[in-house]
Design a protein around this ligand. Structure first.
Ligand code: GLN
Length: 548
C-alpha cells in the first residue's frame, strides 16, 4: 500500500504548487522510490478539454487520451513517466460519478450529500493510484485554501488523515511570504492566516513551503514555525529560481524530501541519483550558441497557452547546448507586407496548434515565407494543416484551398473533418485523443529524426489531411512520410527540397521530458543552429550563432 502526500496552497494562486509537487516527486524518485502525482481540480467542468487557453492555459493530453491540467505535463517532464486519466480529477467528474450512481439507485432511500457521498468519492479517487504499485502518491489540490469549491477536497484530506495509519499520510502547505519594499521586510502574516484557515478546516500541515523573493532568515523560519505550529526544520524556503528545473535541487538543499521521508517513517532509501538532471541543468545554463525561434500562434500573450512547446524547446536547446530564444509572433498581425520584417531575424519557425479561424491567414503567410526562404519549419497539428493549405494554394495552384474547419464551402477542402467525427455533436472528450501508432517511410526526414519506422504519438484534433489530394501533393514535393497504418491518416508531411520542413498532425511537445527530449525538437533546433551559422555573415553576428 502506498503512502500519501497532499499538497495544498494558500494566500494566492500561481505560487507553483505543480512545480513544488513535481520537484518533491523527482527527489523521492531519485532516491529509488516509485512515485506518481495526481491533481484534483475544484472546478465543475468534467475536464479542461472544453476550456479555452485564456481560462486554463494549455490542455495536456495523456497517453490514454485524457484531456487534463497542464500540471500533468510538469509531472511527466520531471518524472519521465506517463500519467493517465486517473491522475487528474475535477469536481465535475466527482459529481458526475455520484449523480450517475444515484440514478442507478446505488443510494436508494438515502439523501445524497456532500459529506459523506462527495467526500467518499474524492477519497476513493485519491487512493486509487495507491493500488498501482507506487510507494508514494502525491496529490496536488488545485485552487487556494479558503475557496468555497476547495472545501470538499480539504474535508476529504481531513478524513483520510484519520482513516490512514498516522505515518502513511502528510500534508505540505505552500504559501507566500511577500517582501514589502516600503517596510524592507518579509511578511509572515499571510502565511499565518492561510495555515489558520487550513487548520480551521481540520487539516494541520506537517510542512510549510514558503514562496519568497528573498531568503528566509533562521529567525523568520522560527517565527513561522512558532505561529504555525510546525517544527522549524519543516519550514522550507522556496526562493524564486532562474528555471523551474532548478527547483528540485533547491528543495533538496532545504531537505524537503528528507523531512517527508522521516514523517512517513520510510527508512529505506538511497542517496538521490540526479546525475542526468544536473548534466541537463549545466547544458541549459551554459549554452554555447543561440538561435531565435519564431512561435506563431494566436495566444502568444499567454505564458501558459503553449507550455509544453516552450518546455520542449528548453529540453532540445540543452541537448544542443544552445539557448533557444523564443520570439512570440501573433498570427493575427502577420501580413504579406510585414512578413519579411517579422521573420528576418529568425533561425526557425514553429506554427502552433489551435482551433478556429482567427489568425489563420497570418499562419499561412508565415509558412509560405519559411518554405520559400528555406527557413527551418515545424508545424504542429493546426500548424501542419496550415502547411498543407499553403502548399495547395501556392504550389498546386488550388485557389482558396482551405480546411473545412474555417471554410465549410471551400472548393478545395485539403483538410477535412475526419469521417468518424462527422456524426459527433457533443464537444467534451470527443476529439481524436491520445496515443496512436504512426508508420514512417524509410529514408525520410522523419525517419532520420526518429531513427525508427514505427512510433507512437499523442493526438487532439478533429480534422485531417484529405487523402484525395495526396497524389498531387506528393507528385509535386510535399511528401506524406508518416501515416496511421490502419486508417491511412496522414500524420507527417515534409518537403523534399528544403533543409528542414516538417508538419505533424500529432503533438510531439507532450512527450518531451528532461531525460528524453523529443527528437523532432532536438533536430529542429539543430537545423536552426545550422541555419544561423550559414546566415551569420549576412546578418548581425551579435544576434546569431556563436555567443559573444
Ligand atoms: N483545429 C484543428 C483540428 O481540430 C487542429 C487542432 C490542434 O491544433 N490541436 O483538427
Amino acid at each position: 500500500m502506498a503512502k500519501f502526500i497532499f499538497v495544498s496552497g494558500g494566500v494566492t494562486s500561481s505560487l507553483g504548487k505543480g512545480i513544488i509537487s513535481a520537484s518533491l516527486a523527482k527527489l523521492l524518485q531519485a532516491r529509488g522510490l516509485r512515485v506518481t502525482i495526481q491533481k484534483f481540480d475544484p472546478y465543475i467542468n468534467v475536464d479542461p478539454g472544453t476550456l479555452n487557453p485564456y481560462e486554463h492555459g494549455e490542455c495536456y493530453v495523456t497517453e490514454d487520451g485524457a484531456e487534463t491540467d497542464l500540471d500533468l505535463g510538469h509531472y511527466e517532464r520531471f518524472l519521465n513517466i506517463f500519467t493517465s486519466q486517473a491522475n487528474n480529477v475535477t469536481t465535475g467528474r466527482i459529481y458526475q460519478t455520484v449523480i450517475n450512481k444515484e440514478r442507478e439507485g446505488a443510494f436508494l432511500g438515502k439523501t445524497v450529500q456532500v459529506v459523506p457521498h462527495i467526500t467518499d468519492e474524492i477519497k476513493r479517487r485519491m487512493k486509487l493510484l495507491g493500488n498501482e504499485g507506487f510507494d508514494i502518491v502525491i496529490t496536488e489540490i488545485g485552487g487556494t485554501v479558503g475557496d468555497i469549491e476547495s472545501l470538499p477536497f480539504v474535508e476529504a484530506v481531513r478524513q483520510l488523515q484519520w482513516e490512514l495509519p498516522e505515518d502513511d499520510c502528510l500534508v505540505v502547505h505552500l504559501t507566500l511570504v511577500p517582501y514589502l519594499k516600503a517596510a524592507k521586510e518579509l511578511k509572515t502574516k499571510p502565511t499565518q492566516h492561510s495555515v489558520k484557515l487550513l487548520s480551521e478546516n481540520g487539516v494541520h500541515p506537517d510542512i510549510i513551503v514558503c514562496r519568497t523573493e528573498r531568503p528566509l532568515s533562521p529567525e523568520l523560519k522560527r517565527k513561522i514555525a512558532l505561529f504555525c505550529n510546525v517544527k522549524q526544520e519543516a519550514v522550507i524556503e522556496a526562493a524564486d529560481a532562474s528555471t523551474i528545473y532548478e527547483v528540485p535541487l533547491a528543495m533538496m538543499r532545504e531537505k524537503l524530501d528528507v523531512i517527508c521521508l522521516k514523517k512517513l517513517n520510510i527508512s529505506q532509501f538511497n542517496e538521490p541519483e540526479l546525475g542526468l538532471w544536473k548534466e541537463f541543468l549545466d547544458k541549459l545554463k551554459y549554452p554555447k550558441s543561440k538561435v531565435n525561434i519564431g512561435l506563431i500562434g494566436k495566444y502568444i500573450e499567454l505564458q501558459d497557452a503553449y507550455k509544453s512547446i516552450l518546455e520542449a524547446f528548453v529540453h532540445a536547446g540543452a541537448m544542443n547546448e544552445c539557448k533557444v530564444e523564443v520570439v512570440n509572433i501573433h498570427s493575427e498581425f502577420i501580413t504579406a507586407e510585414n512578413v519579411a520584417e517579422k521573420m528576418e531575424s529568425l533561425d526557425g519557425l514553429l506554427v502552433a496548434p489551435g482551433f478556429g479561424h482567427r489568425g489563420i491567414e497570418g499562419k499561412i503567410i508565415a509558412v509560405q515565407y519559411a518554405r520559400e526562404h528555406k527557413l527551418p519549419f515545424f508545424g504542429i497539428c493546426l500548424g501542419m494543416q496550415m502547411s498543407v493549405i499553403e502548399y495547395a494554394r501556392h504550389v498546386l495552384g488550388l485557389e482558396g484551398a482551405h480546411s473545412t474547419e474555417m471554410n465549410a464551402d471551400t472548393n478545395h477542402p485539403v483538410i477535412d473533418l475526419m469521417e468518424e467525427q462527422k456524426k459527433i455533436t457533443s464537444k467534451g472528450g470527443t476529439m481524436r485523443l491520445g496515443t496512436y501508432v504512426c508508420e514512417i517511410e524509410e529514408g525520410s526526414l522523419a525517419h532520420r529524426i526518429y531513427g525508427s519506422t514505427k512510433i507512437n504519438e499523442r493526438h487532439r484534433h478533429r480534422w485531417e489531411f484529405n487523402n484525395h489530394y495526396l497524389k498531387a501533393m506528393e507528385k509535386s514535393g510535399l511528401k506524406a512520410s508518416g501515416k496511421n497504418p490502419e486508417s491511412e491518416l496522414v500524420e507527417i508531411v515534409e518537403l523534399n527540397d528544403h533543409p528542414f520542413f516538417i508538419g505533424v498532425q500529432y503533438h510531439p511537445e507532450l512527450k518531451s521530458t528532461v531525460e528524453n527530449p523529443h527528437p523532432i525538437f532536438v533536430h529542429f533546433i539543430k537545423a536552426a543552429k545550422d541555419f544561423a551559422e550559414k546566415s551569420t555573415s549576412v546578418r548581425n553576428p551579435a544576434l546569431h550563432g556563436e555567443m559573444i
